[in-house]
Design a binder for this molecule. Structure first.
Ligand code: DGY
Length: 435
C-alpha cells in the first residue's frame, strides 16, 4: 500500500473504530457520546466511502431535536461512561421529541446545512434531502428567533460550549464577571483521559457548570435564558458559520423547490448587521460582542478570520485581515516560535498557550473552514498551505484533537473523529507529504 492509501485507510479505521452503529463518538474515551458539529463533519468524511452510513449519522443527530427546533450540542449514548456532565446533570428530560433520547440543553455551531449541500453536490439524493430538510430548516428558524437578543438577527450564545471553543481567551472578561454561587458538587471528567495542562483551567470549568445550573433552574425556556444567563455573547465564529449555513440552506431549498423567502430575510438581516456589530476599523479585526456590558471583546483569536468562510467581508477588509494579521509572524504566521498554521489564538495575546485547548493549538476543523474561506477570496496559495499543514500534522502526529503549533506534536483526545474525517475530505484532491 502506498503512503497516501495507507493514510486514508488509517483515517477510515478511526471512523470505523469510533462507530457505535448509529452514531460516531468524537473520541472513544474523552467524548463517548454524539456531538452536534462533530457529527456533521463525521458524516461528510463518511460520505466519501460509505454514503448510507453518512445518512445514518445525520438521522441519528436529528433524533435529538427539541420540540421548539433546537438541535442540542450533545445527544447521550445510554451506555454509562465517566463523561461529565451527563444527562442527569442537565435535567432536560421531556424536551427532545424522540422518546428515550437524552440530550444537553444548549446548541453548537450549525455545520449541518453546509455538510448536506457538500454531500449532495457530490452524490445527489433528492429523497434524503427531502427527508431531512424540514428538521434543518426548523433548527435555523430556532436560531434566528429564540436567540436574537437585540433584534439584529445575530445569534447570541449563552455558554462558551455553544461556540465549541470552550476556553478561548475571548471569554475571559465575561467569565471574570460571573460569580459562581451554590454550584452543585461535581467531578470533572475531562481531565481523566487528557492531561489537565491541555484542558480548560478549573476556574473556567466551574463557570461552565454554574451556567448549566442557571439554565436548568430556568427550565431551558429561551426567553428566560436570554433574560437570566450571565453569559450573553454575539460570537463571530457562530454567526459566520450560521450565515454560511443559511446560504447553503437556501441552495438546498432551491434544489427541492421549497420557498426561500424566510431564509432570504435571515441573510439580508445578518448581512446588514454583521460588519456593523463585529468589524473593528481601528484594529482591522472582527471582535465578538458582549451583550451584558454592551461592548466589543477586543481579543485577537483565529475566529477573526471566520467571516471569510461566510463570504462576508468586502475584498478590502479581507485583504486587511490577511495582510495585517494572517501573514504577520508576531500574530499567526510561522516564525522562530511556531511552525504550523493556524494557531487558534494570536501569539500576541498574553494568554496564548501552545498546548491548552483553544488558547493556541491548531485545530483541523478551523483550518478546513478557513481554507474554504481563503479560496472564496482567491487566496488559493494560502488555502493550499493551510491544507498542507493540516495533512502534515495528521500524517506525522496521528488523528488527534489539536496540535502544538510550535512543533506539531499532538494534544488532547486520541483517535479524533473529525480530524480523520477531514483528512479524508482534504486528501480527496491532495497527497500528504512527509519531509
Ligand atoms: C467538553 O466536554 O469538553 C465539551 O467541550 C463540551 O461540549
Amino acid at each position: 500500500m502506498n503512503e497516501a492509501a495507507d493514510f486514508l485507510s488509517r483515517a477510515q479505521a478511526i471512523l470505523r473504530g469510533n462507530d457505535t452503529g448509529g452514531f460516531t463518538k468524537p473520541s472513544l474515551k474523552q467524548y463517548p457520546h454524539q456531538w452536534n458539529w462533530d457529527s456533521a463533519i463525521i458524516a461528510l468524511g463518511l460520505s466519501y466511502f460509505d454514503l448510507p452510513r453518512a445518512y445514518t449519522e445525520i438521522r441519528s443527530l436529528l433524533r435529538g431535536q427539541w420540540d421548539d427546533g433546537m438541535l442540542p450540542h450533545v445527544i447521550y449514548d445510554p451506555v454509562p461512561s465517566d463523561y461529565f456532565p451527563g444527562p442527569a446533570f442537565w435535567k432536560t428530560d421531556g424536551r427532545p421529541i424522540t422518546p428515550g433520547v437524552r440530550t444537553s440543553g444548549i446548541t453548537q455551531p450549525p455545520l449541518l446545512a453546509t455538510v448536506l449541500r457538500l454531500i449532495h453536490n457530490r452524490q445527489p439524493s433528492l429523497d434524503f434531502l427531502r427527508e431531512v430538510y424540514p428538521a434543518v430548516l426548523r433548527w435555523h428558524r430556532w436560531m434566528h428567533t429564540c436567540r436574537d437578543a437585540d433584534g439584529s438577527g445575530l445569534f447570541c450564545i449563552i455558554h462558551p460550549w455553544e461556540s465549541g471553543t470552550d476556553d478561548s481567551p475571548r471569554w475571559l472578561r465575561v467569565m471574570d464577571n460571573i460569580t459562581p454561587q451554590n454550584v452543585p458538587g461535581f467531578h470533572r471528567g475531562d481531565t481523566i483521559h487528557v492531561t489537565q495542562a491541555e484542558r480548560p483551567h478549573d476556574a473556567d470549568y466551574l463557570r461552565f457548570i454554574h451556567l448549566i445550573d442557571v439554565f436548568r433552574r430556568n427550565q431551558y425556556v429561551p426567553q428566560r435564558l436570554l433574560a437570566h444567563s450571565p453569559f450573553l455573547v454575539q460570537d463571530v465564529l457562530f454567526n459566520a458559520i450560521l450565515y454560511r449555513a443559511d446560504r447553503d440552506l437556501k441552495e438546498l431549498a432551491g434544489i427541492l423547490n421549497e420557498p426561500a423567502g424566510e431564509i432570504d430575510g435571515w441573510l439580508e438581516q445578518m448581512q446588514v448587521n454583521f460588519d456593523q456589530r463585529f468589524w473593528d476599523e481601528r484594529d482591522g479585526l472582527y471582535y465578538d460582542f458582549d451583550i451584558c456590558s454592551g461592548s466589543p471583546i477586543r481579543v485577537n483569536t483565529g475566529m477573526t478570520f471566520m467571516p471569510l468562510y461566510a463570504g462576508i467581508p468586502d475584498p478590502q477588509r479581507a485583504a486587511r485581515l490577511i495582510e495585517h494579521h494572517w501573514q504577520v509572524p508576531s500574530e499567526y504566521a510561522p516564525d522562530t516560535l511556531t511552525r504550523y498554521m493556524l494557531p487558534s489564538t494570536s501569539k500576541s495575546e498574553p494568554l496564548w498557550d501552545a498546548r491548552r485547548y483553544w488558547r493556541g493549538p491548531v485545530w483541523i476543523l478551523l483550518n478546513w473552514m478557513l481554507a474554504d474561506g481563503l479560496q472564496q477570496y482567491g487566496r488559493d496559495d494560502l488555502a493550499e498551505a493551510l491544507e498542507h499543514d493540516s495533512l502534515e500534522l495528521m500524517a506525522r502526529s496521528g488523528f488527534r484533537e489539536y496540535y502544538d503549533p510550535r512543533d506539531g506534536s499532538a494534544c488532547g483526545a486520541t483517535e479524533f473523529s473529525w480530524s480523520a474525517a477531514l483528512a479524508i475530505v482534504m486528501s480527496a484532491n491532495k497527497t500528504p507529504r512527509q519531509d
